[in-house]
Design a protein. Sequence first.
Length: 124
Amino acid sequence: MKTILFIDDEPYIIDGLRRTLRPMRHEWTVVFASNGAEALELIGQQPFDVIVTDMRMPGMSGIELLKRAIAVSPRSVRIMLTGNADQQTSVDASNEGQVFRFLTKPCLTDLMLKTLHAALEQSP
């Protein structure tokens, strides 16, 4: 079964993702973390096919998280999901975090599902 890790410090975002992805529970294992440190701990314990992170979180930015995740789990496909979309953030996410896709909040359910399917096709 494919595994996806979502990281976001906003509980309502996590709750929305849980509801949105519930129909996929027979195809994917979805895990949630509320900050970068928690996410890195999870990544160290098990491989994830896809990592989806918010950009702005207390303690560690999404870009910093993805840079660290690359060292531990280089084969994970990385996606940035953020409400603070500017050109520099996009460039940094692409260059430093090696993201597959960059999505903005709010993200439509169809777009999220299409992006996750495409990311899972890229994962080894």
